[in-house]
Each structure stands twice: as C-alpha cells, then as structure tokens.
Design a protein around this ligand. Structure first.
Ligand code: PEP
Ligand code: MG
Length: 592
C-alpha cells in the first residue's frame, strides 16, 4: 500500500557533471545575498544588535513602500497590492518577536537568528496544501532576502561560511561559482545540483576533482526542492530525483552496485604500464587544483600532473596570495608529487573564475571573452611576476614545467616569456636557486592559437590542448550556459579537424601535444584523441582508472583508422556513432 506521508517523487534531467550516486537531504543554498554569517554577540552588545535589526526593518519597509508607489504609478493599484503582503510580513509580530527572543536566548547574530526563524515559517507554509498559504511563502522569501541583504550591507557572500547543518546534505543552488565550490569539501557535503552550468563549467570540474556526485543545468531544481526534501543525485546520467520512493532507491542501489563492480575492474589495472595493445606508451597524467589532489598521484600511480590549476589557491579564500604563501603552497604540491613532473599553469583568472580581490567582479559584460588568463597576467605584470617568482623558486624542489593559459597568438607567448626571463634575472641577482632548464608550454584553447599552433610550437617545449575552452570558442557555445548545453559538441567535425591541425602543427616542429580538457577523461573521446595523434592525456583523478584501462585495451593503429574515418565526415551525429561503436568494441566484456 502506498505511504500517505510519502512526498511526491519528482524526476529531473540535467547535465551529468561528476559521477556517483548519492541520496541525502537537500540543503538549499539561497541567493548569494542570503549567505548568512553566524557568530556570537557579547551580552553587552545584544541591545545594539536588536537596534541594528530594527533599523534594517525600517529601511526594508521604506524600500518596499518606494517600489509599491512606483508600481502603482506605472502599472496600477492592483499590481501594487502584492507589496502590501510584503509590508505585512514586516509587521508580523511572531516573526519579529521570535527573532528578538532568539537573539537574546542564543546570543547569535541577528541575521542568523532571523534566517533560521524565517526558514521555519517557510517550511511550515510550504507543507500546507493550500494555494493561498503557498503564495505567502514567496512573500516571506522575498522580504527575508531583502531584509537580510540590508542587514548584510549587500556584502558579496561566499559559500565558505555555509552553516554546519549543510554537512551530509546535497547542496542545491541556482548557480555556484568556482570559489564557492572549492570551499565545499571542508563542509562535508554529499553532492551538488545546480540550475545553471554545463559539463565543463569550472564548478563541474571542481565537483569532479572533489569527487562529489553532481548534476548541473537543471534549470529550475532550486524552485522545486523544499528545505530538507530527500534528493537523489545520479551524476552518471544527469538525473535528479526529489523525494525518491522506496522502489527508486532500490533501483539506484542496484545501479550503484553495478557501477562499483565495473570500477573495481578498472582499478585492477591501475598499476600496470600505460601500454596499448600494440605496445605504444601513452603517458597518463592528472589534473589537480592543489595539494589534496596531488596526494592522489601515489594511489593512482599516475605519470604526473598535466595541469595544475594554480588559480585555485586564490579562489579558495577569494583573495590574492602573497609570494611567500604561494611558494609554500607550490612546494607542498611538489613534495606530495614525490618526484613526478607537474605542469604549473599560471593563473587563469576571469571567465567564470572572477576574483573579488582582483577587482574583476561585475565589471565585464562578457567575461569569457574579456580580461582572462594570460591577458590578465600581462595586464598586471606585478601579479604575474610574483607568481612566476614563486613557481621558479619552488622548481628547486622537484621537476616542474610552466604553462600559459588562453594564449591567442605568438605576441602573448613572447611577452610572457620576456617577463619570465626578467624574473629569472632577478632571482639570479639574488642568488636564489631554481631550475634553469625549466620547460615552458602553451595551452591551445583559442581558435587563433590553433591556427598558429606550428608557429607557437617553435617557441615552446610542449603544447596542451584545452578542449573545454577550445570547443566553446570554436562553436561559440558558452560552456557554462545551461540553455545551450546540447550545442556543446566535442564530436563536432570542426573540433576534430582543429585538434588534428594542432597536433600536425606541433609535430611538424618536433613538439609534443597533450590534452588536458575534459574530453581527455571521457572514454568516448579519449580513443579519438589518441587516434588523432595526441601524445599524452591529462584527466581528473576520478577518470584516471577508466582511461588507463582504455589505453591498455585499445590498439593505437585501430584508433588512427577510426580517427581518419571521423575526419572525413561532416555530420556530428554520424561521428558520435563511430566513437560509440569503437567504445563498445573496447569495453564489450565489462559492459555486459
Ligand atoms: C580547458 O579549457 O580545457 C582547460 C583545461 O582549462 P580550464 O578548464 O581550466 O579552462
Ligand atoms: Mg581553459
């Protein structure tokens, strides 16, 4: 018999962002203004705290009245009436009185107390099956947000201060910024779902590197999930189930067990050499954000780090980090790598990685096409040189390379190299030791750089293709935009032909090419990359075992034939079918 208390199950389809299956209570991360701090107030400060609250109430009332009269003038009295309901919330004796009492009792700051109590009311009204009362929830939400934002002085909030009650929950949010995501693992979350974003948005990438199951691009999940509803996340298929039934939970349990069996097969070959069936060695590296992932090198027995996203150390606390601290962080990563080579990518700030401390937030209408990555570093040479100093100093402690992000042509590469030489001379004059033969490489992730890849290769020791950006710039599809995530096609013929052109350009100058974008970690595409002549792959730690298995079970010669066949085609779907068939051929034994 069905359980009358069981809430209705809702299934949503989004974009799979980080593999894994998990079910846990949802924790709604409200709009950024509602990121509420929590701290204690001294007994002597309680009256001042309550006065602050009363002033915010007055200011909120004044704002709502101003909006009301504006709407009445322009749209009419009927439309303006909705704001009467908002004003009533501000006069709600229970809400206000309880907040006062809670501040006196708990001695927590008033934002925190008010937020807790308003959430309680929201939950209460939400659970009543009455349309009128449900509407009240929206009124309370709106007013709460406005009042909190007044109390907080509109401060830009980060998720770093998420309350401990989020531990063990699935985080639900409209959007998440990489700086938010990088602070997540310390909170003990179980998974992430967001309304916006695509599979290669940096939030998705960070979720993968934190090994938190995630689904993005769900459009409206944050409106559908109630506070503390149970949420099941299937990060493999991009499915989210709100309030899953017993049958659904059992179905996913079986699915998870199947996935675990397959994962065990992949892991069983992790320590074996990365040799293909026809004895070709394909080095396999990992992408890291910091020391936490670098520590995994040992467990995975990876060949090294193909991409260290150094900007992560700034995004962690949303701040610029001085040379001494950068040096310590870099050295810790090198020590964790225990002699394995690491490619340090210089800061890739901008795009969806905006740093408040760098004055980047809210200044550009199109940040992905703006002052990003090497452009930012060259515009602010002191920031760049400080980083290069810290990297060079750390090079005395282990084998590392330097790589520049988002190079668009030769000019930027030469200018970056000029600054690097200047920093080396400074260190020489200070008698500071560093690796004098440090190799320098360039990412190829802008179409203009792809066209110029042979010329760029002449001034580099290696190239690394950033397919995440290359695809977005080549196809003009914003990698973070959930509205067009279906247009983001790694199997587009233009993408495949461009990768081939980059590989040929670099090889004509005797320079090796790796791929560190997410395409490298997707088994459907990694065989294609190998077939196109890519020399090395660098993948998220969570994909490592599967890609290692793939390398060991494919023939490079067969992959070349498959790539050649794909290069002849113009229809993306047809290309995808060929890739899929090749994948099934390799994985046949374990897929069944
Ligand atoms: C890429 O663009 O593919 C890449 C590896 O860099 P990021 O994802 O950090 O932009
Ligand atoms: Mg990139």
């Amino acid at each position: 018999m069905s359980d009358p208390l069981q809430k209705q199950e809702i299934r949503l389809k989004g974009v799979p962002a980080s593999p894994g299956i998990v079910s846990a209570p949802g924790f709604l991360f409200q709009k950024r203004e509602l990121d509420v701090p929590m701290y204690f107030i001294q007994e002597s400060g309680i009256d001042a705290e309550l006065e602050r609250f009363d002033n915010a109430l007055l200011e909120t009332r004044r704002q709502i009245q101003a909006i009301r009269s504006d709407i009445a003038t322009h749209l009419g009295e009927d439309e303006a009436k909705i704001f009467d309901a908002h004003l009533l919330v501000l006069e709600d004796i229970a809400l206000i009185g309880e907040t006062h009492d809670e501040v006196r009792r708990s001695k927590y700051n008033v934002e925190f107390c008010f937020h807790q109590i308003s959430q309680k009311y929201i939950e209460f009204f939400n659970n009543i099956d009455d349309e009128y009362l449900k509407e009240r929830v929206n009124d309370i939400r709106d007013v709460t947000r406005r009042l909190l934002s007044n109390l907080l002085g509109h401060s830009e909030a980060t998720i770093g201060r998420l309350p401990e009650i989020a531990a063990g929950c699935i985080l639900i949010s409209k959007d998440l910024h990489p700086s938010d995501t990088s602070a997540l693992h310390s909170i003990g979350l179980k998974g992430i779902i967001t309304d916006t974003g695509g599979a290669t948005s940096h939030t998705a990438i960070m979720a993968r590197s934190l090994e938190l199951p995630a689904v993005v691009g769900l459009h409206n999940s944050s409106d559908l999930v109630g506070e503390r509803d149970t949420v099941l996340v299937d990060g493999y298929e991009g499915i989210v189930v709100i309030n899953p039934s017993e049958e659904t939970l059992a179905e996913y349990d079986a699915f998870r067990r199947r996935k675990e069996t397959v994962a065990a097969v992949f892991s069983s070959e992790i320590a074996e050499p990365g040799l293909s069936l026809d004895h070709q060695h394909i080095p396999l590296m990992i992408n890291i954000e910091g020391v936490r992932e670098a520590e995994q090198l040992e467990r995975l027995q990876a060949d090294g780090v193909g991409l260290f996203r150094t900007e992560s150390i700034l995004l962690k606390d949303n701040t610029m980090v001085p040379e001494a601290q950068q040096f310590e962080e870099y050295k810790a990563v090198i020590e964790a790598a225990k002699g394995r080579p690491i490619v340090f990518r210089t800061f890739d700030l901008g795009g969806d990685k905006l740093l408040a401390a760098a004055g980047q937030q809210g200044r550009e209408s199109n940040p992905f096409m703006g002052l990003r990555a090497i452009r930012y570093s060259l515009r602010f040479p002191e920031v760049f040189k400080t980083q290069l100093r810290a990297i060079l100093r750390s090079s005395a402690f282990g084998p590392i390379k330097i790589m520049y992000p988002m190079v668009s042509g030769l000019g930027e590469l030469l200018e970056a190299n000029r600054l690097l030489e200047a920093v080396k001379s400074e260190l020489d004059s200070e008698n500071v030791s560093y690796d004098r033969n440090i190799e320098v490489g360039s990412m190829i992730e802008i179409p203009s750089a792809a066209v110029m890849s042979d010329s760029i290769a002449e001034h580099c020791s290696f190239l690394s293709i950033g397919t995440n950006d290359l695809i977005q710039y080549l196809l003009a599809v914003d990698r973070t935009n959930d509205m067009i995530s279906d247009l983001y096609e790694p199997y587009h013929p233009a993408v495949i032909r461009t990768i081939k052109q980059i590989v040929d350009g670099a090889h004509s100058k005797g320079v090796k090419v790796s791929v560190c974008g997410e395409m490298a970690g997707d088994p459907i595409f990694s065989s294609l990359l190998i077939g196109l002549g890519v020399d090395e792959l660098s993948v998220a730690p969570s994909s490592y075992a599967e890609i290692k298995y793939l390398i060991r079970h494919l023939s490079v010669e067969r992959a070349r034939q498959m790539a050649d066949e794909s290069l002849q085609l113009c229809n993306p779907i047809r290309i995808y079918q060929i890739l899929k068939a090749f994948h099934i051929e390799i994985f046949r034994d374990i897929l069944h």
